[in-house]
Design a protein around this ligand. Structure first.
Ligand code: GUN
Length: 288
C-alpha cells in the first residue's frame, strides 16, 4: 500500500482563507485581534517557532508582539509580566513559549495566564472544560489534528484510536477530543508494555513522543491513518517525525509528513483561538 499524504500546509491555507471574512468583520468594528508571545531565553528551535507564529499573524492582518526575556529572569519577574499582559485590554491572546528554562515552573506560570486569554488552551480551566465535554480554548496541536481527520473524512465513531505520548500539550487533549468524537481511545506512555501490540490495533494512530522514528512500519495496522506530531532534527540536519515515514507510508492508508503535516496546522489553530478569544472578550460571538 502507498499511503496518501495528509497535506497540513494546504489545509492550513484553506482554513486561513476561510478566516479572512471573520477577521475583516472584527476589524470593521475597530478591533484587531492581537497575540503576545512570551519567549524566555534563546533556544534556537523556540526562536524559529515564535518567528513563524509572528509572521503568520502579521500576514493575516492580526497584531502580534514577541516579548523576549533573558534566560535568567526570575519567576516573580516573569509572573509580573504575565499579570501586566492579563490586564492589557489590547492583548487578546497570551502564549508562553515552552520549554522554559529549568529554574522556572512552567505549570505554575501557565496557570497565571487569564483563562480567556490562554490561546494555548493549557490553563486548567480550559483543560477542565475539554474534560467535561464543553471545550472553550482547545490546545492548538490537538485541535489541528481533529481538523485534519475531519477534512480527510476519517470515521471516528467506533474507531480504535491509539495515542503514543501522554503530554498535557498533545496526548491527553487529543485523547479527550477523539473520545468525544466516538473513538475508543488508548493512551500509551514510555512505560507501556508491548507498545506494538497497542499500535497495531489502531485505526487512527497519533504519535507525540519526541523520539525520532520510534514507530516502525511493522507497528502499524494496514490501512491505518497515522498522525505524526514529532519534529526532530537528526545530526545530519534532516527533519524527521516520531514515525519512520518511509516504512509507515507502505502500510498506512494516510499519513502526515514531517515537515508540512501537523506543524502548519498548529499555527493556524492558534489564529483560530486568538480570533475566538477576541470575539468572546468583545461579546462578538454572533460573528462566527
Ligand atoms: N512548545 C512546543 N509546542 C508548543 C505549544 O503548542 N505551545 C507553547 N506555548 N509552546 C510550545
Amino acid at each position: 500500500m502507498n499511503a496518501s499524504i495528509i497535506d497540513g500546509k494546504a489545509l492550513s491555507e484553506k482554513i486561513k482563507q476561510g478566516l479572512a471574512p471573520t477577521i475583516e468583520a472584527i476589524k470593521a468594528k475597530g478591533i484587531t485581534p492581537s497575540l503576545t508571545v512570551v519567549l524566555v531565553g534563546e533556544d534556537p528551535a523556540s526562536q524559529v517557532y515564535v518567528r513563524n507564529k509572528h509572521n503568520t499573524f502579521i500576514k493575516m492582518g492580526l497584531d502580534s508582539e514577541v516579548v523576549s526575556l533573558p534566560s535568567d529572569i526570575s519567576q516573580a519577574e516573569l509572573l509580573a509580566k504575565i499579570h501586566q499582559l492579563n490586564e492589557d485590554p489590547k492583548v487578546n491572546g497570551i502564549l508562553v513559549q515552552l520549554p522554559l528554562p529549568d529554574h522556572l515552573d512552567s505549570q505554575l506560570i501557565i496557570q497565571h495566564i487569564k483563562a480567556e486569554k490562554d490561546v494555548d488552551g493549557f490553563h486548567r480551566l480550559n483543560a477542565g472544560a475539554l474534560m467535561t465535554g464543553e471545550p472553550q480554548l482547545i490546545p492548538c496541536t490537538p485541535y489541528g489534528i481533529m481538523k485534519m481527520l475531519e477534512d480527510q473524512g476519517v470515521t471516528l465513531r467506533g474507531a480504535e484510536a491509539v495515542i503514543v505520548g501522554a503530554s498535557n500539550i498533545v496526548g491527553k487533549p487529543i485523547a479527550l477530543l477523539l473520545q468525544k468524537a466516538g473513538a475508543t481511545v488508548t493512551i500509551c506512555n514510555s512505560k507501556t508494555k508491548d507498545l506494538a501490540a497497542h499500535t497495531k490495533r489502531a485505526d487512527v494512530l497519533v504519535v507525540a513522543t519526541g523520539r525520532p522514528m520510534m514507530i516502525s512500519g511493522d507497528m502499524i495496522k494496514p490501512g491505518a491513518v497515522v498522525i505524526d506530531v514529532g519534529i526532530n532534527r537528526l545530526d545530519n540536519g534532516k527533519l524527521v517525525g516520531d514515525v519512520n515515514f518511509d516504512e509507515a507510508s507502505q502500510v498506512a492508508a494516510a499519513i502526515t509528513p514531517v515537515p508540512g503535516g501537523v506543524g502548519p496546522m498548529t499555527i493556524t489553530m492558534l489564529l483560530v483561538n486568538t480570533i475566538q478569544a477576541t470575539m468572546q472578550q468583545h461579546g462578538l460571538e454572533e460573528l462566527s
